[in-house]
Write a protein that binds this ligand. Structure first.
Ligand SMILES: Cc1cc2nc3c(=O)[nH]c(=O)nc-3n(C[C@H](O)[C@H](O)[C@H](O)COP(=O)(O)OP(=O)(O)OC[C@H]3O[C@@H](n4cnc5c(N)ncnc54)[C@H](O)[C@@H]3O)c2cc1C
Length: 426
């Protein structure tokens, strides 16, 4: 017997994917209930208070990468704008600063080998196969730094073909920030959902989903139950494993193990002034990114705006060494890294500190890490997870996105739309 068209849909998770899905469903005339575990919408989009940092600083997602058509469309709809990243990148090595524009050695050979790659392999394997010699040491270092630092990925698992797509996408270097922060986009999306009749419940963590013949039954962690015709699970991959799922979906969800999911530790340090602008005797007034080999290796400013805030970043396997530290210890580690880079004393920097946050996303119970990346097995795993196989429980979120921008806000928004299309077609 054909299943009747779903009328009441329960969306689990009010991140970018869940809200986008909820809005699409409401626009298609469905009754929609969103259940969100946190006390706020946005998930891995996490605006910090403007009172604390002087602007709505980003504890999670910060940049709009590349063309990002869905994100930019939504920004236009919301009347928001974006500001392209400007300024200069620098590298610091044992107290010596240099403009981060030295040509990467052996680039031509690297891209030749990449172009010839037919069967997917991991980054580590690719480097071992083609660039094992000592003359490639710097190339290997730069490739690994990019894979770990940007994609939060483990080179021993990351797909070389997926990274080829990313690195040969010329628009990817276009980066911008949302004026007013990504939080403004989430506020718009949540308000639009509510305007269309979507009910959003906060503090509503879901612990189990059942799929009896008549629909979907969602169990809250507090013992409450809500029944609908279908459900969309728009939670991060590690959380998917913690929710008790109907047997058929449970088997499919095991495929999630073949999707990479990386960690990020992000620090935000607000100082009394932009003391770094003359750092190391250089003119760093238009500093954008600063790369180093310190414990917290990557730093960036808010240039071209003049907020005296430095953001520190560690991603991928390098987070392991400091994963046990709490927020305060992370801040101390960040100050020590900055002091080493600029040849200053940590005490001096601490005196200038106005506000600080150290966020280890792996410790966040509703995120379990930062974002996903492709392994050679990921595309198959995504197809398996996204295919509802006639069931009533659908999976959505950035990790399900099969385009080039996996692990981004764009991926999450696009996945939300795609899931609803699949559901309405089913
Ligand atoms: C530090 C950091 C920096 C990033 N930087 C960028 C960037 O610069 N640019 C970019 O494009 N992307 C960036 N990202 C990635 C981007 O934030 C994510 O890809 C995107 O926000 C994911 O959206 P989502 O809806 O798929 O998942 P989420 O935003 O994680 O939403 C899932 C929601 O489900 C909720 N939830 C979890 N468990 C339960 C439960 N049991 N019951 C009910 N609800 C539950 C969560 O609280 C959350 O609100 C960054 C991420 C991090 C962590």
């Amino acid at each position: 017997m054909a299943r009747r068209q779903a009328e009441h849909i329960i969306v689990v998770g009010a991140g970018a994917a869940g809200l986008m899905a909820a809005r699409e469903l409401a626009r298609a005339g469905k009754k929609v209930t969103v259940l969100e575990a946190r006390d706020r919408c946005g998930g891995r989009i996490h605006p910090l208070s403007a009172a604390e940092f002087g602007y709505p600083a980003e504890g999670g997602a910060e940049f709009v990468h590349g063309e990002a058509p869905v994100t930019r469309g939504l920004l236009r709809e919301a009347g928001l704008s974006s500001l392209p990243i400007q300024g200069r990148r620098w590298s610091a090595d044992q107290g010596a600063f240099s403009r981060d524009e030295m040509p990467v050695p052996h680039t031509d050979r690297f891209y030749e080998c990449l172009a010839k790659l037919k069967t997917d392999t991991t980054v580590a394997d690719f480097l071992k196969r083609h660039f094992a010699g000592p003359e490639y040491r710097r190339l290997r270092h730069l490739v690994v730094r990019m894979v770990e630092g940007y994609d939060a990925a483990d080179p021993a698992r990351a797909s070389m073909l997926a990274l080829r797509d990313e690195w040969t996408n010329s628009s990817r270097s276009m980066q911008a920030r949302v004026v007013g922060g990504y939080g403004a986009l989430i506020d718009f999306l949540a308000a639009d959902c509510r305007k269309q009749g979507v009910k959003i419940h906060l503090h509503a963590a879901v612990s189990a989903i059942e799929a009896p013949p008549e629909g979907a039954v969602v169990h809250g962690a507090k013992g409450d139950t809500i029944a609908g015709d279908a459900a969309i699970l728009a939670v991060p991959l590690p959380v998917l494993k913690q929710i008790m799922l109907p047997p058929t979906l449970g088997e499919r969800a095991a495929a999630a193990a073949n999707i990479g999911y990386g960690s990020v530790i992000k620090l935000l340090l607000r100082f009394k002034s932009r003391w770094w602008t003359t750092g190391g005797g250089n003119d760093l007034a238009d500093l954008s990114f600063l790369l180093s080999d310190e414990t917290i290796p990557v730093w960036w400013t808010q240039h071209p705006t003049e907020h005296p805030v430095l953001t520190g970043w560690v991603a991928g396997p390098r987070t392991k060494g400091i994963a046990r530290l709490d927020g305060n210890e992370l801040i101390e580690t960040g100050l020590a890294s900055l002091a080493a880079i600029f040849g200053l004393s940590p005490t001096q920097l601490t005196r200038d500190l106005v506000a600080a946050r150290g966020i280890n996303w792996e410790r966040d119970p509703f995120a379990g890490g930062a974002y996903s990346y492709a392994t050679p097995e990921t595309r198959k795993a995504q197809s398996r997870l996204a295919n509802p196989e006639g069931g009533v429980v659908f999976v959505s979120g950035e990790a399900l996105y099969r385009g080039r921008d996996m692990g981004t806000v764009e991926a999450a928004l696009a996945s939300g739309i795609e899931t609803v299309r699949t559901m309405l077609r089913a």
